[in-house]
Design a protein. Sequence first.
Length: 157
Amino acid sequence: MIRRLIAGGVIALALAPPALACNAHPSQAQLEGEVMCPVCGTTLDQSDSPAAQQIKRAIHRRIQAGESDCRIKDALVANYGSSILAAPRRSGFGLLAWWVPLGGIVVAALAVGLAAWRWSRRREPEPAASDPSLNGRGALDPAIERRLDEELARYDG
């Protein structure tokens, strides 16, 4: 199981660089979904505030100038701060925002799995069902067993 987890992590890291590459031809709709309005705290595609309209126009001008989405976002971060981005950057300190929750999920799953494994090993073994006198409990007192047999015989006859 650990080997599979490590192999999955290596594959994810191998596929990560292409996903992190800049888009040379971004669309207006894509960037509006990735940039926040500094006034209302929603993405630009959901906001109609004057500040959002101004940022939309700036994005449109930069797209028309042929800038990549990374350059456009860098310019917005330089003007408004990193809170302008809807998602943290996938580099530097922002990378922690992506990996810590995933690490937490993996650690929690391992903890639950270990607890379940230990719980299943800790259960007491079932009593042997082949001995009818035990019936899952200790043996009856001989005097009580004799009295029970007498009472049952009285009802049978």
